[in-house]
Design a protein around this ligand. Structure first.
Ligand code: FE2
Length: 291
């Protein structure tokens, strides 16, 4: 089983059509029935959403908007120091609200005129083939809930802060958006589950946890690093390896901890050449040869 399955809370549908998100006992919101009811309601919005329809509004509390505002404020400071220039330019173009959680429909409407990308609501884990495949069409699956307000700088699962601050700011860049589309086209092209997993691991070590060199400094462009208050301070001290498709596509990673092995591109051009070039042309045979 692909590891990503473990960090999304399982979502199930009851006989009467209700949607239930099964938070683990260690989740900060586990013992908060009001939060859990909201999580179920938000998951229900995604389960009942049909592509092409507007994304329904999620209800958030004042405390949750404050979580967004404080994380946005703190991350903005860190981004100035640690984020790749192309990501910062994307954030500037997109202009996300700073004081309240944007609705996914609103994110979609900000993004579409820039790079054609639109958001789709996801209740939890989306099967790999769907998640990556629709990137080729300019769709990005996104969770809509926010982390529990008791621990604003921690989340055990990808929440709207990760999906929007991490990914939408990158998707607002033409160059990153092209890479996301290439990853999607690759996922569509490959047939075996092994090849799909290889494509998705290369995505993990680049668009989720990638770093690159800029003026002799290591900068992050991966959404996982850029949306994590703790990890963004740590990535420069990790085991930094050169960009290597075979290694990225086969290295095991643990999603529950900070990523201790990272792959650095020498520049954005280098990333586009190596990783974009790979996604643009890979197939089952070429992946089998290098894995
Ligand atoms: Fe992500």
């Amino acid at each position: 089983m692909f590891e990503e399955a473990q960090y999304f809370a399982p979502v199930s549908t009851t006989e009467d059509g209700g949607v239930v998100v099964e938070l683990s006992q260690s989740h900060p919101g586990f013992a908060d029935p009001v939060y859990r009811a909201r999580r179920n309601a938000i998951a229900g919005l995604a389960v009942n959403h049909r592509r092409g329809e507007p994304i329904p509004e999620a209800e958030y509390t004042e405390q949750e908007h404050e979580v967004w505002a404080s994380v946005t404020r703190e991350l903005a400071v860190k981004h100035r120091k640690y984020a790749a220039a192309e990501y910062l330019a994307g954030a500037e173009r997109l202009g996300l609200p700073e004081e309240r959680i944007p609705q996914l429909q609103e994110v979609s409407e900000l993004l579409e005129p820039l790079t054609g990308f639109r958001y789709l609501p996801a209740a939890g884990l989306v099967p790999l083939r769907d998640f990556y495949g629709v990137l080729a069409d300019g769709y990005f699956h996104s969770t809509q809930y926010i982390r529990h307000h008791s621990v604003p700088f921690y989340t055990p699962e990808p929440d709207v802060i990760h999906e929007v601050i991490g990914h939408a700011n990158a998707l607002a860049s033409d160059r990153f958006a092209r890479l996301y589309r290439s990853a999607g086209a690759a996922a569509r092209r490959v047939e075996s589950d092994e090849a799909l997993e290889f494509v998705s691991k290369v995505f993990w070590f680049t668009l989720e946890f990638g770093v690159l060199r800029e003026d002799n400094e290591l900068k992050a462009y991966g959404a996982g690093i850029l949306s994590s208050y703790g990890e963004i301070e740590e990535f420069r001290g990790m085991d930094i390896r050169p960009l290597d498709l075979a290694a990225m596509g086969t290295t095991h990673y643990d999603i529950t901890k900070y990523q201790d092995v990272l792959f650095a591109a020498e520049s954005l051009d280098h990333l586009e050449d190596v990783v974009g070039g790979f996604w643009d042309s890979c197939d089952d045979e070429s992946i089998a040869r290098i894995s």
